[in-house]
Structures are given as structure tokens and as C-alpha cells.
Design a protein around this ligand. Structure first.
Ligand code: BES
Ligand code: MN
Ligand code: ZN
Length: 509
């Protein structure tokens, strides 16, 4: 499990919401018993304009805007300014978070604002969030941003640090459903962050499969786990080949959610390299630590299924986790070895560091047995994704223009920046092998993200609509935290995958 070394965490992850409660309350701000009240401010010439919060301004003698301006507030998105209330209110602090211009404010702006505020309030016990949210969608956004901004990963620290806020009160009216929905997403995304952040020595393929079994048990999902022997016997040559150099043997996990009224099936496949050293085609030492995040795709598939099990959309969803550790050793696969993927196609392994496409090929072929109406794979697949699109934007490729556009639209709608990319036919030639059906790297230097997509496309079952998400950059934040995104594991792709499942249930995809 996540905790074979006896650390202070439970399998499946001790996530922030396990210790945080969140509720919706229509209380007036001036009576709120909290350590801090978060309000939003827009730019207004040389000053700022608080969004709502009139009673709070009155309690501060009408000086809220002036006081915040004096403290340097400008209202620009991401800015957080703390104002002591000096006894004028039960709450000791008013925390103003910049919202940018009012007419440009959307759900993602609210999520980010709530996240920035909560990140600045670690260690407080009770925080009220009074951001301008009038629709259910916006209440959900504020609640999700607050919960995600409140995330912390402290399982491996022994020194005290301010912990997450224990109690979050979302100030607003209406029913609690959007807040509960936000909790579901926060819990799933926090699980993904925990899995990515866990050191690879504590998250072998077997450990990961154990976490999946726990999630399946809690969510009533069917689960099948293939161990190293079952993988060899079943002909899963890609996963076996990549995993054979490691002392920690590979696994393939299949999870299934079924709905009695479903008329469609969505298949998901996630790359789960628990550590990618490159294998015998060893990576340089510089930045190799990043490769503990190389299971971010499998974690996103698991997180999406955990959320789907709670949200219960009317669609069947199958999820495959392709789990292996890519290590160099006397038993490792060699550049020039040929392996046979599930279903019989042969691949010449010219570079053992292009391992993601090898472990993905087996379950992509296998998913055909589920007769999916749509197949989506998600993988930290290429450094070229970072070169092309930067650290935050997912590359989306597909064998169908309509699918690609709808997946990109769903991702953008839920706040996960994504961009459609082509799969140019001429790139296939570079993958020709002198000895096998296909090689795992191309002689062509350019367009590495697209080449990987072109490779995967070869394994997509005939007639299946398919999209490929390259999340190499988005899954792991090497930079400073921003909005609701912490350093390290981000939980990227969970919301996109759930949105696609819900769109299918609604007959829109
Ligand atoms: N896991 C890496 C891709 C990656 C790189 C993810 C940086 C996140 C950050 C993948 O297995 C890999 O090594 N890809 C190679 C492919 C190459 C050998 C064709 C790459 O991108 O360099
Ligand atoms: Mn690699
Ligand atoms: Zn990799």
C-alpha cells in the first residue's frame, strides 16, 4: 500500500478533506465566527471594489476599499491581501483576493481565487469564503478551489508546518449539492496528488494496485489485477518488457463502473510508470527525480473512477492502469529487443526510455474487448509535449476530429487547459523497423509528441473512436504554486475524464 514503511498515512492517501469539513452557510459576514473571512475585490481605478461584502464594509466604517488599497491591493487575479479587523468583527482577518475585471470573471477565476486565498491561510482552524457566486456552477467552483488550495502533503515531514484549514464555510445560499460535488472532485484529485507525490520506493506497481483495490472496494467498482505471471501468460508483452528490469514486478489493473441505464461505454487507459529511470537508455541525473510523476496518467484514471463511482453518471466506464517500473539491470530489456504486444503486433525497442507507449499498447488493444464507444488514454508520455505546449497545457490527439474537439472543449470547460494537436500520417514512416512491425522511436527528430500519438494509434482497435491526452507537463508543477495548484502533483486530467463521462451520459459525446 502507500504505507509499507509504517509512515503516518493510510493506504489510499490521507488527503486534506479527511481532516477538513466544508459547509454552505447563508450567515451575515459581520456575525461570522471564523478566523478569517475571504472576500473578492475587482480593480477600480487607483483603488479596488469589493464584490458584495456591503455589511462587512459598513462594520469597518466604510473603509474596506481604502484600507485594502493602502495595503497595496490592486484587485488583479491571484493577489491576496490580509487586513486585520481590530475588533470591529468577530473574525480577526479579512482576506481580500483579487478577481480581476468583473466581466472576465468565470468559474475558473473563482476556483483560482478561492485556492489562492486558502493557500495563504494554512494553519487557521475556521475560514469563511464569501466570494461572489450566484449559480450552482460558481458555488461548486468556489468550494472546489478552496478545497484544492487547502491541499497539503505532509506524510513525510517530521518538522511542524502549518497544516490545512480544518473547517471551510462557503458563504452563500441554495442547496448543498454543489458543495458535495466539489468534495467528490477534491477527494479524487487529492488522491491523484498523493499518489504522484509519494516516493517511488513506497509506490511500486504492486502498491499502486493495492490502492486501486481499496478505491474499488469503497466505490463498488469491479476490479481485476493481473500480476507478472498473468501478464506473461496473457501475452502482455509491452508491460512485461518494460517491467522486467525492476525488482518490483509490473501489474495491469482493470476497474469497471457499470450503470443500469447506461447505453454507452467509455474506456480509459492510464500510463503508470511508478518510476522512469529510462531503463538501459538511462536518463541523465539532472531532473530524473521528476520521473516519480510518470504514473500521473494511471492515477488520473483511478481518480476519475473514484469520482464517477460517487457521481453515478449513466454511462459504463472501464479503466486500465498500466503499472510498471522502468529500471536498468541484468534482466532489463535491451535496445534492439523485440516484444510482442497483446494481440500479436511486434515492436522493436530501439530506446528503452520510450517505455510509456509500450505499456500503453497492451491495454489499448485489450480495451477493444470492452467494445467501447470512446477510448481515452492519458499519459505523461513525452518531453516534446512540454516543448510544444509548455507546462500547463495538455496536448490532445485523436483519430476523429469531432472527438478531439469535444474532448478539448470538455477539458477547457472544467478548467484544464488543453489544445488539439494533429497526427500527421507522414510521421508513421519514421517508425518503420528493420525487423518488427513497428519501432518504438522514430528516425524523425521533430514532433515527438505527435510521433508518440501516431505510435499509439497503431494499437487502437478498428472502429473505435479514440483520444490521447499527453499530460507530461500538466501533471506535475515544478514551479511555484498558483491558484489552487500546489507544487508537485497537480491531479491533472481527473476533471476532464469525468466531464467526458458526464457528456457521454448526457448523449453529447
Ligand atoms: N516519462 C517520459 C516523458 C516525460 C518527460 C514526462 C518529461 C514528464 C516530463 C517518457 O517516458 C520519455 O522518457 N519520453 C522520451 C521519449 C523519447 C525517448 C522518444 C522523451 O520524451 O524524451
Ligand atoms: Mn521514458
Ligand atoms: Zn516515461
Amino acid at each position: 500500500m502507500l504505507d509499507p514503511k509504517g509512515r503516518n498515512r493510510s493506504p489510499g492517501g490521507l488527503t486534506s478533506e479527511d481532516v477538513t469539513t466544508i459547509s454552505l452557510d447563508s450567515a451575515v459576514l459581520t456575525a461570522l465566527d471564523a478566523d478569517a473571512i475571504v472576500v473578492g475585490v475587482h480593480p477600480a481605478g487607483d483603488s479596488v471594489r469589493p464584490a458584495g461584502a456591503d455589511d462587512l464594509d459598513a462594520a469597518l466604517s466604510g473603509r474596506l476599499a481604502d484600507s485594502l488599497t493602502a495595503l497595496g491591493a490592486t484587485g488583479k487575479a491571484g493577489e491576496v491581501v490580509k487586513l486585520p479587523t481590530l475588533g470591529a468583527l468577530p473574525a480577526a482577518l479579512v482576506v481580500a483576493v483579487g478577481l480581476g475585471e468583473e466581466d472576465a470573471l468565470d468559474a475558473e477565476g473563482l476556483r483560482r481565487a478561492a485556492g489562492s486565498a486558502l493557500r495563504a491561510l494554512a494553519g487557521k482552524s475556521r475560514v469563511a469564503v464569501a466570494l461572489p457566486a450566484t449559480s450552482a456552477e460558481h458555488v461548486e467552483a468556489v468550494a472546489l478551489g478552496a478545497l484544492l488550495g487547502n491541499y497539503g502533503f505532509s506524510s513525510y515531514r517530521t518538522s511542524e508546518r502549518p497544516g490545512p484549514v480544518a473547517e471551510i464555510v462557503i458563504v452563500g445560499s441554495g442547496d448543498e449539492a454543489p458543495v458535495r460535488r466539489a468534495e467528490t472532485f477534491a477527494s479524487a484529485i487529492s488522491l491523484v496528488r498523493d499518489l504522484v507525490n509519494t516516493p517511488p520506493s513506497d509506490l511500486s506497481p504492486e502498491d499502486f494496485a493495492g490502492v486501486a483495490a481499496k478505491v474499488a472496494g469503497e466505490g463498488g467498482l469491479a476490479i481485476e489485477v493481473l500480476d507478472e505471471k498473468a501478464l506473461v501468460d496473457g501475452g502482455y508483452g509491452g508491460i512485461v518488457g518494460v517491467g522486467q528490469g525492476s525488482a518490483n514486478p509490473p501489474r495491469l489493473v482493470r476497474l469497471a463502473y457499470t450503470h443500469p441505464e447506461a447505453s454507452k461505454t467509455l474506456a480509459l487507459v492510464g500510463k503508470g510508470i511508478t518510476f522512469d529511470s529510462g531503463g538501459l537508455s538511462l536518463k541523465p541525473a539532472e531532473g530524473m527525480d521528476w520521473m516519480k510523476s510518470d504514473m500521473g496518467g494511471a492515477a488520473a484514471v483511478l481518480g476519475a473512477l473514484a469520482a464517477i463511482a460517487e457521481l453515478k453518471p449513466a454511462v459504463n466506464v472501464v479503466g486500465y492502469l498500466a503499472l510498471a517500473e522502468n529500471m536498468p539491470s541484468g534482466t532489463a530489456q535491451r535496445p534492439s529487443d523485440v516484444l510482442t504486444v497483446y494481440g500479436g503486433k511486434t515492436v522493436e525497442v530501439l530506446n528503452t526510455d520510450a517505455e510509456g507507449r509500450l505499456v500503453m499498447a497492451d491495454p489499448i488493444v485489450r480495451s477493444g474487448e470492452d467494445e467501447p464507444d470512446l477510448l481515452i488514454d492519458v499519459a505523461t508520455l513525452t518531453g516534446a509535449q512540454l516543448v510544444a505546449l509548455g507546462t500547463r497545457t495538455t496536448g490532445v490527439m485523436a483519430n476523429d476530429d469531432d472527438v478531439r474537439e469535444k474532448v478539448v472543449a470538455a477539458a477547457v470547460r472544467v478548467g484544464e487547459p488543453s489544445w488539439g494537436m494533429p497526427l500527421p500520417e507522414e510521421l508513421r514512416k519514421g517508425l518503420d523497423s528493420a525487423v518488427a512491425d513497428i519501432a518504438n522511436i522514430s528516425g524523425e527528430r521533430w514532433g515527438g509528441m505527435l510521433v508518440a500519438g501516431v505510435f499509439l494509434k497503431e494499437f487502437v482497435p478498428d472502429g473505435v473512436r479514440w483520444a490521447h491526452l499527453d499530460i507530461a507537463g500538466p501533471s506535475y508543477n515544478k514551479g511555484e504554486p498558483y491558484g489552487y495548484t500546489p507544487k508537485a502533483g497537480t491531479g491533472s486530467a481527473v476533471r476532464t475524464l469525468v466531464a467526458v463521462a458526464e457528456d457521454m451520459a448526457a448523449g453529447e459525446l
